[in-house]
Design a binder for this molecule. Sequence first.
Ligand code: HEM
Ligand code: NAG
Length: 500
Amino acid sequence: MRLPTGAELWPIAIFTVIFILLVDLMHRRQRWTARYPPGPMPWPVLGNLLHMDFQNMPAGFQKLRGRYGDLFSLQLASESVVVLNGLTALREALVKHSEDTADRPPLHFNDQLGFGPRSQGVVLARYGPAWRQQRRFSVSTMRHFGLGKKSLEQWVTEEARCLCAAFADHTGHPFSPNTLLDKAVCNVIASLLYACRFEYDDPRFIRLLGLLKETLKEEAGFLPMFLNVFPMLLRIPGLVGKVFPGKRAFVTMLDELLAEHKTTWDPTQPPRDLTDAFLAEVEKAKGNPESSFNDENLRTVVGDLFSAGMVTTSTTLSWALMLMILHPDVQRRVQQEIDEVIGQVQCPEMADQARMPYTNAVIHEVQRFADILPLGVPHKTSRDIELQGFLIPKGTTLITNLSSALKDGTVWEKPLCFHPEHFLDAQGHFVKHEAFMPFSAGRRSCLGEPLARMELFLFFTCLLQRFSISVPDGQPQPSDHGVFRALTTPCPYQLCALPR
Ligand code: HEM
Ligand SMILES: *[C@@H]1O[C@H](CO)[C@@H](O)[C@H](O)[C@H]1NC(C)=O
């Protein structure tokens, strides 16, 4: 066969470029409607990918918001994205249009990591029957957990005791609390999923935690996003395994844990945990190919609960301890309330919370201030919607800037300060705020919220009941200023925990 010569190649090249531009225009024609939110002019094919500052996303976004307003649009290759800022826009999208904004944009690389149409788990599941079934299952299993047996609250209380014991081992020596907080929170999920807890020095447990963190790291950043907007690259053999080795290993580990769990499962007994309850549903659904209760999905759901429930809660606790170091007066007032309501002997219980408005306000303020998921989790419209006078077409990715509500200057007296009084009235009673939405809102809002609140309250009060927390002598104070990034404290820090 003869290869085309230079002169013959030109028409082919020109045709290809015109073809690509036409396909690109088709993707972008929605921008031509007058009421689409404004945004920077996208390039052909790449869109605004080159306008993004991947080293410092928040700063880049800040600039765009200043230029285009609270609702602005971006084009990430063929994906249309609209960023929502401000309490009104967020509530309108997530609550008023809750049904039409409940879809998620697909993560294509998950297809090669065990994610199929009937095994989408919960967090990233497309809006539809499989998501609804699994969301309902997780919520009701958590709510009715351990009826008659050990309740979730008992598991958390026991874990709080182990956490305190581990803190006590460090008495007098400065240490970083983060690993211990990760372990305690991870054990709470393990108790929900497997009715077991791991010892803090168990090598398998340490490996599980390591893989969980690695998975989160792998999925952030430029490359996964790039692969997601150009999914044809995922066809390159072996690429997914190379880019996501941690996720692969995590999935394998979940399979091992499940296989082990199955050896002790007795279908004639009431379920011990979420896995047992799921396995029972799998049995019931045998022969129904439509059901989302199958072994692959059990693995996805379990992975989802580990990854959604672990780092979120432990990062918040880490912020709580750091803020107590920075605000010793607040720490003392919490301890005073603990002493008055619970005393020094009794373990804190959820029932105490109603009588502890100050502590409750402090925990809410920690969540507001720490702002650990500034942009929440992306949504996607499944119908055209009208929002603040703009028209957002079906199939648009929505980025919910939760931070813009948590730091809204028109709502909060001191939006950029740690100020527990935000949640207290003049008489010292706890007050709620609509703009407090660290768990998001609407039908996709965090389903682990009750469990997260329980952990935050019980771990925090147990620790402060037994210890006073301070900066080690001679060490600089951690700083709470600077950028707010997803799932991190602003800096690693050490603390001293002295028994009270
Ligand atoms: C302080 C701790 C936590 C925070 C701040 C948090 C926050 C969030 C946020 C912002 C979302 C996204 C909501 C949206 O798409 O609009 C979410 C979703 C979710 N969270 Fe949490 N979360 C926390 C703890 C937990 C825990 C402990 C669990 C479970 C054990 C959990 C399970 C989930 C699940 C399954 C979803 C996906 C819900 C869905 O797509 O339908 N979270 N969370
Ligand atoms: C989100 O809101 C915060 C606080 O209002 C702001 O600093 C940030 O730039 C916003 N991010 C985006 C993506 O609009």
